[in-house]
Write a protein that binds this ligand. Structure first.
Ligand SMILES: NC(=O)c1ccc[n+]([C@@H]2O[C@H](COP(=O)([O-])OP(=O)(O)OC[C@H]3O[C@@H](n4cnc5c(N)ncnc54)[C@H](O)[C@@H]3O)[C@@H](O)[C@H]2O)c1
Length: 359
């Protein structure tokens, strides 16, 4: 399936982030020409710096997605045939502290890139990466389907619901011609994997704790989320972009999440992490968050991914235990050479086939 990307010009916003770095690496191995449009990596350390994505194989436009003239100019000059939009302020807790930046980046960023694509007919396939949190959460035990009401609760989730609506509006208004760009959104579950250093995400928090030999502290042990390895959703985005490139009728909204076994509560996820880490890693529940007003968090969230399975032929390949083990395998490494080799090995293992792993 990655053969499709050989010699394609692919534009990625948010390529300096966690998912963006993995995606850039997969695509360069597949023989694509990758151009990234992002601010600096959002964390220090970052996977982007560790595997040195920015230094050889990927051209980097170090620019802001909120700057509509620069994004328009970049897309017009480069004329990519495929665009993945991942640049975002992606942290729920940050969005409570910085709602304005979150809304500006996540909504106007989407408007700006769609405006740019509207004026660049060379783009044949556009995938806007949103999230599982776009749905109005009703604490249902069943998974949300793509036609369920969009209304995220907090500024992050809500801005991504808006990003979905913006995409829907642009598709209906400007991309209805059968020869126009195929436009889709991808709603994926919570991802884990090597090289995520974000604050306030459960597995990066666990890794920081065990590395500093402190207790892992969990806020909400019973909160349940659809957890999956980062390669699972990237596989979904890549498949979707390919299918709709060849046939516009594939465009639309798609959920990409784990099977039921990967829909686990934080307690189960952290236990899997501790088992994989070994050396007596353990956790306890946070007694008092210290927040004057505790921030709202949904208790139960699950995605129904039958559309992606039946329409695209996508399905998860690694279960949650494997995902935890692969994450720990990376986290235990100490040099950038070993980390790069680990990422490449995992990509090869996941996708198989003929990747050019010498780049
Ligand atoms: N990580 C997850 O669990 C998860 C789950 C569901 C959806 N998502 C979505 O996937 C996408 C990528 O997430 P991630 O975890 O890799 O995030 P990340 O924070 O690691 O990366 C964010 C990227 O966006 C870029 N960026 C931020 N603001 C920008 C701006 N104003 N202009 C240009 N670039 C900007 C950053 O430089 C970085 O490259 C996001 O859209 C996020 O909402 C992530």
């Amino acid at each position: 399936m990655l053969d499709f990307y050989k010699d394609k010009k692919v534009f990625i916003t948010g390529h300096t982030g966690f998912k963006g770095t993995w995606l850039s690496r997969i695509l360069t191995h597949a023989g694509a020409e990758v151009i990234g449009y992002s601010l600096s990596p959002p964390t220090n350390p970052s996977l982007f710096e560790q595997i040195k994505i920015g230094y050889n194989s990927v051209r980097w436009h170090k620019c802001d997605i909120r700057d509509r003239s620069i994004i328009a100019h970049s897309i017009r000059m480069i004329e990519p045939s495929i665009v993945f939009h991942m640049a975002a302020q992606p942290i729920v807790r940050t969005s409570y502290h910085e709602p304005l930046t979150t809304y500006e980046t996540n909504i106007m960023g989407t408007v700006n890139i769609l405006e740019a694509i509207r004026k660049t007919p060379a783009v044949r396939s556009f995938v806007n990466v949103t999230t599982d949190k776009v749905y109005e959460n009703k604490e249902w035990e069943r998974g949300y389907t793509e036609d369920e009401k969009l209304c995220g609760h907090d500024p992050y989730s809500n801005s991504k619901s808006c990003s979905e609506l913006v995409t829907y509006g642009y598709r209906n208004s400007f991309f209805h011609d059968k020869n126009s760009t195929a436009i889709s959104t991808a709603r994926s579950g919570n991802v884990i994997g090597g090289g995520d250093y974000a604050v306030d995400r459960i597995i990066p928090d666990c890794i920081r704790a065990v590395k500093t030999e402190t207790d892992i502290i969990i806020r909400n042990p019973s909160s349940t989320r659809p957890y999956q390895h980062v390669l699972e959703c990237l596989y979904g985005y890549l498949l979707l972009a390919e299918k709709q490139y060849n046939d516009k009728s594939f465009e639309g909204a798609y959920n990409f999440g784990p099977d039921d076994e990967g829909c686990v509560n934080n307690e189960k996820l952290v236990n899997l992490f501790c088992d994989a880490w070994g050396s007596g890693a353990s956790w306890r529940v946070q007694e008092n968050s210290g927040d004057a007003q505790p921030l709202h968090e949904a208790t139960f969230l699950k995605l129904d991914c039958s559309k992606a399975k039946s329409v695209l032929g996508w399905k998860p390949r690694w279960n949650i235990k494997t995902a935890a083990e692969k994450t720990v395998e990376f986290a235990k490494l100490n040099t950038d050479e070993d980390r790069t080799a680990c990422i490449d090995r995992q990509i090869q293992e996941y996708f198989g086939g003929s990747l050019c792993l010498n780049q």
